[in-house]
Design a protein around this ligand. Structure first.
Ligand code: G4P
Length: 292
């Protein structure tokens, strides 16, 4: 399936990020735990060299717990600090500040030796669209935060959110662009609903997703769509499986034919909302093989 990209404001966003990165100590990078590689752009490694790094594997409530652990180890082995997170829950936020302090302990120690005590770590949230940056900032900052921009002595035009005495956050996140050149990335982001899928053929998208889910999570589709009234099989061509979903969910077009388009939308929605089950689309082992 060909996915067309419209890069638009990429260059401007990149320039803005280069400027913002100069002001901070730590990059907090959000990715979608259901597709940890497709939902990140490795350019951030170049843009953010010499900065401390924390990866938040967000939407971990929707992804496979075992694979969350595998991907966390994968990134830790590459030198990132990693936390799995559901940004919508305040509960998960408790640990973040202590992880930030741990990640930046060299800087804090360096400051201390120079007699600078309690200078907060300055951080910036980055990620591709829809990974949950705004949700995270709102949830982490909560109501307790105070905006510290536009006061004497504070860089004009920049709004900082003072989270506590230890951490300040730039209040606008940095928007990274997906890896447009990789068609697979486009496909994964379309599955997740992270790109505008109005331009996509949803039947084809659903069929591609069925292929992957039945391969990686055998039995999951059956347990969702099998019922006493409707026999369902995950075997055979994936388009037949979509037909089975149409039957199971009584998606019928005029004239009594199964309504594929409606079934496709329904199926994609069930996947995206997690009603199908907790699913991670990318596998660490395959990535390691690719890396050689
Ligand atoms: P962005 O700033 O990176 O573009 O993302 P944003 O915070 O707008 O979040 C995009 C969508 O993802 C929102 O859903 C948000 O609620 C959801 N989301 C963010 N973090 C998590 C998470 O950890 N788990 C789950 N399950 N969802 C998360 P939406 O449908 O666009 O909006 P709404 O229905 O929540 O209002």
């Amino acid at each position: 399936m060909q996915i067309q990209w419209y890069p638009g404001h990429m260059t401007k966003a990149k320039r803005q990020m280069q400027e913002d990165i100069k002001l901070i100590d730590l990059i907090i990078e959000l990715l979608d735990a259901r597709a940890p590689l497709a939902s990140r752009n490795p350019d951030i490694d170049e843009l953010g060299k010499n900065k401390y790094r924390l990866i938040l594997m967000n939407k971990a409530d929707l992804s496979d717990e075992e694979k969350n652990r595998e991907w966390s180890s994968f990134f830790r082995e590459k030198g990132y600090a990693v936390v799995s997170l559901d940004a919508r829950s305040r509960a998960g936020m408790k640990q973040i500040t202590s992880v930030i302090m741990e990640v930046c302990k060299e800087k804090i120690e360096r400051d201390r030796k120079r007699g600078i005590i309690n200078r907060p770590v300055r951080a910036m949230v980055v990620g591709i669209p829809n990974v949950g940056k705004s949700t995270f900032i709102n949830s982490y900052a909560g109501r307790a935060c105070t905006k510290t921009g536009n006061k004497p002595g504070v860089t004009k035009g920049k709004q900082w959110i003072r989270l506590n005495k230890n951490v300040e956050l730039l209040d606008t996140p940095g928007i990274l662009w997906p890896k447009f050149e990789d068609q697979n990335v486009g496909l994964f982001l379309a599955f997740l609903g992270s790109i505008n899928d109005e331009i996509l053929n949803k039947d084809e998208l659903a069929v591609e997703l069925i292929e992957r889910i039945r391969r990686d999570y055998p039995g999951m589709l059956t347990s969702r769509y099998q019922s006493e009234e409707s026999q369902f099989s995950e075997e055979g061509p994936a388009s037949f499986v979509l037909l089975g979903i149409a039957r199971a969910r009584k998606c019928v077009a005029k004239g009594g034919e199964p309504d594929y388009a409606k079934a496709a939308v329904l199926f994609l929605d069930e996947f995206r909302s997690g009603r199908l089950g907790r699913i991670t689309l990318e596998n660490v082992l395959i990535e390691k093989q690719n890396e050689g």
